[in-house]
Design a protein around this ligand. Structure first.
Ligand SMILES: NC(=O)c1ccc[n+]([C@@H]2O[C@H](COP(=O)([O-])OP(=O)(O)OC[C@H]3O[C@@H](n4cnc5c(N)ncnc54)[C@H](OP(=O)(O)O)[C@@H]3O)[C@@H](O)[C@H]2O)c1
Length: 271
């Protein structure tokens, strides 16, 4: 929608963060196939290069940048580079994120700071940098990815879920504050998805299991569907939407059920 009149995807210039693997990589390719020019970023240049090659087969002007979004001071210059290279950014998809599998009593201040920086402050810094251009042009979309963890049980991922909950409320406020501007903010909620997110990693407790759940391509298709529909909040699938609705309807009952599942087994349980 470089001219503000065409499909929100076809012809759009889209920056996808966290596109070196998983959902972001699948989304970048799906967007390029749908006619968008994509800018992709993450830290691993080699993996980005592989994704870029596929994107360029469909959208030759697509670009990549190897950046650490945890370096907040560098984000304004990075955003300016992207705007110059793409000629503007019509759609920003904040997909980059890190887990933090650790119980709250064992969380360090550094753990909290890192997860808030990458999962909350970095997307916010990108919005701050790219929003003025969108407002000047009178159109734009911002899609922020959060997690089902904020809509079900945050056990053992409290800092991660706190960072995503902050991003959710920021996105909701942004959506409301942008009414009438032609720019909109949308919230996309993935649940368990078969990506590297669930692999063992430093600074985290062991994963809950091997990568499983939805396929990244299906999640990418749901994000594109949300972009086209324009709805504020979308879940990756109906089951997740139902789970979120059940918790919203009766948070105490929902958590009581989760507590039974999560409670340590007593000696009599295991007898
Ligand atoms: N997979 C799930 O079960 C699941 C469930 C709910 C929500 N989500 C959310 O979905 C989003 C995508 O995750 P995914 O499942 O696709 O996992 P993934 O394969 O691990 O992808 C995460 C992406 O974020 C990038 N990233 C991480 N730290 C970064 C940093 N400091 N600077 C720049 N890029 C950074 C990674 O690239 P580099 O390592 O190359 O930097 C990678 O491209 C995340 O926001 C996650 O919270 C995932």
């Amino acid at each position: 929608m470089a001219d503000g009149t065409t499909d929100v995807v076809a012809g759009a210039r889209v920056l996808v963060t966290g596109a070196s693997s998983g959902i972001g990589a699948a989304l970048a390719v799906a967007l390029a196939r749908a006619g968008a020019t994509v800018g992709i970023c993450a830290r691993r240049a080699d993996r980005l290069g592989e994704v870029l090659d596929v994107c360029r087969a469909h959208a030759p002007r697509s670009r990549m940048w190897a950046v650490d979004l945890g370096d907040l001071d560098a984000i304004p210059a990075f955003a300016a580079t992207v705007e110059t290279a793409l000629g503007g950014v019509d759609v920003l998809v904040n997909c980059a994120g890190i887990p933090k599998r650790r119980r709250i009593p064992e969380l360090s201040e550094a753990d909290l700071e890192e997860v808030m920086r990458v999962n909350f402050f970095a997307p916010v810094a990108l919005v701050r940098a790219l929003l003025p251009g969108m407002l000047d042009r009178g159109h734009g979309r911002i899609v922020n990815l959060t997690t089902m963890g904020t809509h079900s049980a945050a056990a053992r991922v409290g800092a991660y879920c706190a960072s995503k909950a902050a991003l959710e409320m920021y996105t909701e406020a942004l959506h409301l504050d942008l009414l009438g501007t032609g720019v909109d903010a949308q919230l996309f909620v993935p649940g368990t998805t078969r990506t590297e997110f669930s692999l063992p990693r430093d600074g985290n407790d062991p994963p809950f299991g091997p990568p499983s759940g939805m396929e990244p391509d299906d999640v990418a298709a749901a994000i594109i569907g949300q972009l086209r529909s324009g709805v504020f909040e979308a879940f990756a699938c109906d089951d997740y939407a139902k789970t979120a609705a059940a918790k919203r309807a009766d948070a105490n009952g929902f958590l009581a059920g989760m507590e039974k599942v999560l409670a340590p087994r007593t000696p009599s349980d295991s007898a």
